[in-house]
Design a protein around this ligand. Structure first.
Ligand code: ZN
Length: 402
């Protein structure tokens, strides 16, 4: 018997996922760029793009692009209208749901307030229904549904820990409940019969969104730190993949101590990054009170930009700098992306923050880590869409199933 070896069609199939990923993230706008990025022959790249086009995922425009020198290359674009996925995000102020295309593009979004009963079954049921309404109203084929949660989510079993915003019991089986609620919803005739679902932490998903479509592009060790409505989250993307630890709980950067005598944290300790650099901390430092009838984050962002609160901003920026310096010493990232309120703190005092980090890093002054603002709007939703696309980015032929 001859030794088994990969035939040309096998090799072509193995290249479909990497090729779709490059087009999805904007790194292969032409067939020659794709040929170079995959390091294959023109014929192979042609076969791969032909297959992705046949699957309804991309379009290949063979008209010359013009302008450039040399042989014109076929332009590659994501199919429009192509298939879509559903993405949702739960946060302290409500639920956001979106229909998303490939390319990190949100096609349609809807927001609803939290229902009075936030028990996991009810809340996840409301998310499934809101997604189903978007799916029924769309002409696109819907291929998956993923949800971003503001609390840690264990892997691989998908339970929620420390879901403080919604009073969920520790260990609530959110992945299973969400799959169950989506399976029971009427998603209309164009959704897959059995819709794949997934659940993950929102900071992790925001980091994925920034890495693929925003300020983290091409970073090899991307650290994201964010302060949303309450508390502080973080995530690390290494070589394009999330680093989630042994059970999904890595990068709980919010509970790094930055002031042992500082403000109390819901975790029971004092002076966590969580309690020292979130919207509440900024209001406390400024000796101001937020309007209880408005969402907290936008008010904190206004306060960070108010010249009269410069002292409070500096106080909170110094605490953030301490936390980032500790993370840089441990993780050695090549880029830090800040989002939520931290983005405004960076904008208000960029030099102070960079100096604070550099001063406390072992290699700070010589090898300064770029600290940049997040770029992706609704990064939690865009990241949830990434999670929903993942099975198809791994194996684009999976779109052909029913
Ligand atoms: Zn804490």
């Amino acid at each position: 018997m001859s030794t088994p070896h990969r035939t040309a069609p096998d090799r072509g199939r193995a290249l479909l996922g990497p090729a779709l990923r490059l087009i999805h993230t904007g790194q292969a706008p032409t067939r020659s760029a794709l040929t170079g990025a995959l390091d294959v022959t023109r014929a192979t790249a042609g076969a791969v793009t032909g297959e992705l086009e046949a699957l309804g995922l991309i379009s290949v425009d063979s008209r010359p692009a013009g302008g450039g020198r040399g042989r014109p290359s076929h332009r590659l674009a994501l199919a429009d209208p192509g298939p879509a996925v559903l993405a949702a995000q739960l946060h302290a102020d409500g639920v956001s749901v979106a229909l998303a295309a490939l390319g990190g593009r949100l096609l349609e979004t809807a927001h609803l307030p939290l229902p009075a009963d936030t028990a996991p079954e009810r809340l996840l049921g409301a998310v499934a229904e809101a997604g189903a309404t978007l799916a029924r109203g769309s002409r696109r084929r819907v291929l998956g549904f993923a949800l971003a949660l503001p609390n840690p989510v264990t892997e691989p079993d998908g339970t929620a820990l420390a879901a403080l915003h919604f009073d969920w019991p520790a260990g609530a089986p959110v992945a299973e409940l969400f799959a169950d609620r989506v399976a029971g919803a009427d998603l209309g005739p164009r959704a897959r019969t059995v819709l794949p679902t997934a659940v993950a932490n929102d900071a992790n998903l925001a980091a994925l969104a920034e890495h693929r479509h925003g300020a983290g592009r091409e970073a090899r060790h991307l650290l994201l730190v964010t302060s949303g409505h309450r508390g502080v989250g973080g995530a690390l993307v290494v070589d394009g993949r999330l680093h989630t630890g042994s059970s999904g709980l890595a990068l709980e950067v919010g509970h790094l101590t930055v002031d042992p005598l500082g403000r109390p944290c819901p975790c029971g300790n004092r002076g966590c990054l969580n309690a020292e650099t979130d919207p509440d901390a900024l209001f406390a430092a400024a000796k101001r009170r937020p309007d209880p009838d408005r969402p907290l984050l936008p008010q904190a962002r206004e306060l960070a930009r108010d010249p009269e609160s410069a002292d409070a901003v500096e106080h909170v920026v110094d605490r953030l700098g301490l936390g980032l310096a500790g993370l840089v010493n441990i993780l050695n990232p090549d880029r830090i992306v800040l989002s939520g309120l931290h983005l405004d703190l960076l904008a208000a005092a960029p030099d102070r923050l960079a100096a604070q980090v550099a001063e406390r890093c072992l290699w700070g002054r010589s090898g300064r880590v770029p600290i940049v603002p997040a770029q992706v709007a609704h990064a939690g939703l865009v990241g949830a869409a990434e999670l929903a696309w993942e099975p198809y980015l791994e194996d684009p032929q999976a779109v052909a199933g029913s």
